[in-house]
Design a protein around this ligand. Structure first.
Ligand SMILES: Cc1cc2nc3c(=O)[nH]c(=O)nc-3n(C[C@H](O)[C@H](O)[C@H](O)COP(=O)(O)OP(=O)(O)OC[C@H]3O[C@@H](n4cnc5c(N)ncnc54)[C@H](O)[C@@H]3O)c2cc1C
Length: 438
């Protein structure tokens, strides 16, 4: 039975929502989570950088993730404008690997973990709107589609967390969602292959069966105005194209699929990896215009986290760890507000600036022109001062590998942190002058 009230109502059971619900439930807070899909459900975003382990450690779910046996990756290799670069996480002091995860399974582990910590989770329940007229007890309207029923209901709570991903429930309601208006307006299309070769940490191409013996890397290539990912999973391989929206304008589903297959067949290196692979028919999916942000993410009784607050570009595999980070920050503010409600406005304001810092950082890294994209450089610089130099160095290397480091260098220089790691930097960067042998 869905209760009539709770302390915190969470919208969405992706990494942001499930980790927020876990943080709160572990603190003894009465939390209800509505997820409109039946889990496990598909999701894009299969490459995880090792930063994420610190967040899963915090909520006690790392061991369950390790037990699942996802593909452990050693780092990344990029071919950007014909230059080959390699980056290994081990060179940055990481003792845990990054992962290539089937997101349906990864997200399901997180959501079940939230439930095991006493969060009340309801699948197939979709939030329609939230009414904040009574600031102390917002009311949330939902539609319950469990077991073929289709009833509407309401639940009262003290705080609403919007973790609805790119559906951006609250940002839509508040009309605060802004599309990032730059030249970089992209459509992503991705699909899956059986029996693809993969790129190993040794820079060689290996047949799929060698996955048990050779550690893979995430393979990324530039593509006229965009880029391509190749992520090997346990049973299949995810291949995605990021292309300027205007390039695919007017194309129907079939034309897009032809464009996808043709690109996979003609792009050097990628075509070699896929030469003996079979495309899984029906697996192609699309996400248009995915770069946006909300100008209003925290208020005295609501918090938008994860993709519900903003998303820029997946080039640095930042999305899932952003979701974890912001779930941690927002739930800290809510826990403190429940203890001391007089300060709830102040906590939400602090949270808004901390989270805008983080999203701003992510956008400044991914996009060429941050001046007009709602990024506040002062906030971003403050965040950079608080990040460990090794993490910053890894991000700088990743952005150098994909020709996007101009913003980062400028901000780091102005924040006075660039010199802390620039000396080491050349030691850990590795351009492969000899290129790739496949
Ligand atoms: C093309 C592309 C590639 C990406 N690649 C990567 C990558 O390699 N690595 C990485 O870390 N990130 C990647 N990302 C980003 C990553 O997918 C997201 O950042 C991440 O999933 C965000 O988690 P979330 O919990 O905020 O949202 P989601 O994972 O989207 O979860 C939101 C949940 O809310 C539910 N929901 C929506 N509306 C409602 C409603 N009204 N009521 C109830 N439930 C609702 C949805 O069903 C969904 O389960 C990529 C993104 C894109 C677009």
């Amino acid at each position: 039975m869905i209760p009539k009230s709770c302390d915190v109502l969470v919208i969405g059971g992706g990494p942001a929502g499930s980790s927020a619900a876990t943080h709160l439930a572990q603190a003894g807070i009465d939390v209800v989570l509505f997820e409109r899909a039946i889990f496990p459900r598909n999701q894009v975003g299969e490459s995880l950088i090792p930063h994420f382990w610190k967040f899963t450690d915090m909520i006690g779910v790392s061991e369950k993730i390790r037990q699942q046996g996802f593909v452990a990756k050693a780092g990344g290799i990029t071919v950007w404008n014909d230059k080959v670069h390699q980056m290994n996480f081990a060179d940055f002091g990481y003792t845990e690997s990054g992962l290539h995860v089937e997101r349906d399974i990864f997200d399901d582990i997180l959501l079940k973990h939230a439930e095991s910590c006493d969060a009340k989770v309801f699948n197939q329940v979709s939030v329609k709107a939230a009414d904040f007229t009574d600031p102390l007890y917002p009311q949330v309207y939902y539609s319950d589609k469990r077991e073929q029923s289709n009833s509407n209901g309401t639940i009262k709570c003290q705080y609403v967390i919007d973790a609805s991903g790119h559906s951006t429930c609250l940002a839509n309601q508040f009309k605060s969602r802004q599309t990032v208006s730059t030249e970089m307006n992209f459509l992503s299309m991705w699909g899956y292959f059986k029996n693809s070769h993969f790129v190993g940490v040794d820079c060689q191409s290996h047949p799929f069966e060698a996955l048990a013996d050779v550690k893979p890397v995430t393979f990324v290539m530039s593509l006229e105005g965009g880029w391509v990912w190749h992520i090997v999973l346990r049973e299949k391989t995810s291949v995605g194209l990021i292309v300027p929206t205007k390039r695919t304008q007017g194309m129907g589903r079939q034309q897009r699929e032809s464009f996808f297959k043709q690109t996979c067949e003609t792009l050097p290196h990628l075509n070699a990896l896929l030469a003996s692979a079979q495309f899984i028919e029906g697996s192609l999916q699309f996400r248009p215009n995915y770069s946006y942000y909300s100008t209003n993410i925290c208020g005295e009784n609501y918090y938008s986290i994860g993709d519900a607050a903003a998303f820029a570009d997946p080039i640095f595999s930042h999305g899932v760890q952003n979701a974890f980070f912001n779930a941690g920050v927002a739930t800290l503010a809510i826990k403190e507000s429940l203890k001391n409600s007089k300060n709830r406005v102040r906590y939400s304001q602090l949270c808004e600036s901390r989270m805008q810092q983080f999203y701003g950082f992510s956008r400044a890294l991914s996009l060429g022109d941050f001046g007009s994209n709602g990024v506040n450089p002062a906030l971003v610089k403050n965040l950079m001062k608080s990040l460990p130099p090794l993490e910053l160095e890894l991000i700088l290397l990743a952005s150098d590998m994909t020709n996007r480091s101009e913003n980062f260098r400028q901000l780091a220089r102005e924040a006075g942190v660039l010199s802390e790691f620039e000396d080491n930097f050349s030691g850990r960067s590795s351009e492969k002058a000899e290129g790739l042998a496949f």
